[in-house]
Design a protein around this ligand. Structure first.
Ligand SMILES: C[S@@+](CC[C@H](N)C(=O)[O-])C[C@H]1O[C@@H](n2cnc3c(N)ncnc32)[C@H](O)[C@@H]1O
Length: 239
């Protein structure tokens, strides 16, 4: 039985990363998703027969339960304005599957493992060939660490010749440290300083303009994000 993430389907960049990994190791490598939520980025590895571990701190995303969804009658896309105020949506509770339910329903227990773990506070003593994180660094749970520390924690679990993929939130107004604290939102090109000569940057893109995102589960008002994307390969040792 095929299941679906509440976050929709993974973007093509995930499948490009999987192809890159398979060119190197076939299906025999170890992947890790930091902030796996309900398995959007984890299930594609497990379905292909690759060993994957996911870490998250959100009980409902891991074990399933009830989440509040905004009721949206008509989708409207707004242009960015610094003083944008979203309309208020009514909410409805819906039952959602957790990653653990999805792994069982899709019978991929042999490949996928999920653990409740505050990754940035408690980095596992493991190494992975592919480490993937999508927008986990800016969570308030992680605000005690600088972006450099969080980036290094991700790098620490990447094995030699392994890949690290990160997408991340950037400050929409780079001078506004109140709304966009330096521990949560990257500034332009900042992330590049955190990758030393042990790393080869394979692809790197940062958006200049904010992207509109309609209200959704876990963020129930219309809002804007500015995203960055980076894929790097470890070319130095990781002892
Ligand atoms: C933005 S969500 C990912 C949503 C979805 N996969 C997507 O991008 O479409 C990021 C996830 O990171 C998790 N996360 C944030 N900080 C974490 C931490 N310290 N340890 C583990 N997971 C964390 C959150 O609970 C959340 O499920």
């Amino acid at each position: 039985m095929k299941t679906k993430s509440i976050w929709g389907n993974p973007p093509t960049r995930l499948y490009k990363l999987i192809s890159l990994a398979e060119q190197n190791w076939g299906k025999k490598y170890k992947a890790c998703i930091v902030g796996c939520s309900d398995g959007k980025f984890l299930m594609p590895f497990a379905r292909r027969g690759t060993t994957v571990v996911g870490y998250d701190i959100d009980d409902t995303a891991l074990y399933g339960g009830i989440k509040a969804f905004p009721i949206i009658d008509k989708k409207v896309k707004y242009d960015y304005k610094p003083d944008f105020i979203s309309k208020k949506y009514e909410l409805e509770d819906k039952k959602v599957l957790g990653t653990i339910d999805r792994i069982k329903l899709e019978k991929v227990e042999n490949f996928a493992k999920v653990e409740k773990r505050d990754f940035y506070r408690d980095v596992p003593n493991e190494k992975y060939d592919v480490v993937f994180t999508s927008c986990s660094l800016h969570y308030s749970a992680n605000q005690d660490f600088t972006l450099q520390e969080k980036t290094h924690k991700l790098q620490n679990i990447v094995s030699e010749d392994g890949y690290l993929y990160m997408d991340y939130m950037m400050a929409i107004d780079e001078d506004d440290y109140e709304k966009y604290p330096s521990s949560k939102f990257y500034r332009k090109n900042e992330i590049l300083d955190f990758f030393d000569s042990d790393w080869e940057i394979i692809s790197f893109r940062e958006n200049h303009n904010p992207t509109f995102e309609g209200a959704h589960v876990d963020c129930v008002y219309d809002h804007f994000h500015r995203f960055g994307y980076l894929l790097a390969k470890r070319i130095g040792k990781n002892d």
